[in-house]
Design a protein around this ligand. Structure first.
Ligand SMILES: Nc1ncnc2c1ncn2[C@@H]1O[C@H](COP(=O)(O)OP(=O)(O)O)[C@@H](O)[C@H]1O
Ligand code: SF4
Ligand SMILES: [Mg+2]
Length: 395
């Protein structure tokens, strides 16, 4: 059993320069079939200009967390905990108070730009309206500022493009217009929810650059939500990994990318395509799927997919434990065992080139013992752990 202490604060609890403070945020949706526990005690803090990535599979609660912060959830949602912007509580505020904040102090960028843009107005009119909603300036000044903003997000020929309708632009350009709207009033916080998911890879890079421009121009703190850990690497200072409605690991990019301490994070890292020395793509997929958030069973929700799982994992859900530094926390009873372990050690590897190989053909030195365990699993063996790692529990 681990000796670490659970904590609830980021970065050692320093809070004086915090712009957004999310503390033990919980969101439940009562339904006919039971209660959906969409967000379960999420806490994080953001400082001005900081970018934080939130990563996790679909359905892990990333969007619901952000919608709760923005006051955009349906009335049926039961929200508990606290969301403070510059020390001011947002949870429980009226819709009118949220309308004042949205687009002004906090802006959100959604996956599909067409949900944010009105098809019957030019982009210039829409950016101008966003500015005029919170500022007493002339139409001409708003138009000039719109052109300036379009330029900042990398739209070519902004003087002409300002008069385009959304349908006259590509998906990537439309998303950059949405970013221009988000930055128009210099918000303190920008939340970008899967902003590049609908776009192809080359366009993704342009949109991420536009987000960087928005952060630089506004000085806003940014939350960058994605299911792709690869996107986080170059565009966030810190990262939170979400699983089954909870933050399961939180730390700097270096912490989580180079010293992950939660098996799920390790699995996500292993699922990033990379090339081995022969130029073949290698992956370490996490077998199985996330649990339903309806009537969640007790224990660690990653148990059925975790090669390290022990009896305690089925009984007790782990807190966030401090790992190698106060700012690096992980929700795993056995986080200490992950020191020096690769995702291939834990989950094994598959690749287009190795999927036809038998267990005996795979070099265990190259892929680690867990791969063999998984191959046996597929063959119907009832093995559930990585023997070399799991047996340390009794020590
Ligand atoms: N209005 C709602 N009513 C019931 N369940 C919901 C509602 N909105 C979201 N959920 C559920 O909350 C969970 C988290 O969803 P979401 O935050 O959208 O996931 P993510 O953004 O990580 O893909 C999912 O199980 C989803 O089905
Ligand atoms: S070892 Fe246990 S606590 Fe840690 S992630 Fe696996 S199932 Fe969860
Ligand atoms: Mg989502």
């Amino acid at each position: 059993m681990t000796q670490s202490t659970p904590i609830s604060l980021d970065n050692g609890g320093k809070s004086s320069d915090v712009v957004l403070d999310v503390d033990n945020l919980t969101v439940e949706f009562p339904t006919d079939d039971g209660v959906v526990q969409a967000v379960r005690g999420v806490s994080y803090q953001l400082r001005p200009g900081e970018s934080m990535g939130i990563v996790g599979e679909s359905g892990s609660g990333k969007s619901v967390t952000s919608m709760a912060i923005m006051g955009l959830l349906p009335r049926t949602a039961r929200i508990k905990g606290s969301v403070k912007l510059h020390g001011q509580e947002l949870v429980g505020r009226s819709e009118r108070a949220y309308t004042e904040l949205r687009g002004n102090k906090i802006a959100m960028i959604f996956q599909d730009p067409l949900t944010s843009l009105n098809p019957v107005y030019t982009v210039g009119v829409q950016i101008g309206e966003a500015i005029q909603a919170h500022n007493d300036i002339s139409k001409k000044a708003a138009r000039d500022r719109s052109i300036e903003l379009l330029k900042m997000v990398g739209i070519p020929y902004p003087e002409q493009r300002v008069d385009n309708y959304p349908h006259e632009m590509s998906g990537g350009m439309r998303q950059r217009v949405v970013i221009a709207i988000a930055m128009a009033n210099k918000p303190d916080v920008i939340i970008a929810d899967e902003p590049t998911t609908a776009l192809d890879v080359t366009v993704q890079a342009q949109v991420l650059e536009a987000l960087e421009a928005a952060r630089e121009e506004t000085g806003a703190a940014m939350v960058l939500i994605t299911h792709d850990l690869g996107i986080i690497a170059g565009h966030a200072d810190r990262v939170c990994v979400m699983y089954a409605g909870k933050l399961v690991e939180k730390g700097t990019i270096d912490d989580v990318f180079y010293q992950p301490r939660m098996p799920y994070s390790l699995g996500l890292l292993g699922s990033l395509p990379r090339l081995d020395e022969t130029g073949r793509e290698r992956l370490t997929p996490i077998v199985g799927s996330p649990p339903s958030l309806l009537n969640l069973p007790p224990g660690c929700p990653f148990t059925p997919r975790c090669p390290l799982a022990q009896d305690i994992c089925e009984r007790e859900e782990p807190d966030l434990f401090v790992t190698d530094s106060a700012a690096h926390v992980a929700a795993c009873h056995f986080h200490e065992r992950l020191v020096g372990i690769t995702s291939a050690d834990l989950f094994g590897t598959t690749s287009i080139d190795t999927e036809d190989l038998t267990v005996a053909d795979i070099d265990p030195d190259l892929i680690g013992p867990a791969a063999v365990v998984h191959e046996q699993d597929h063959a119907g063996d009832d093995t559930t752990g990585t023997p070399d790692l799991a047996k340390k529990e009794s020590s």
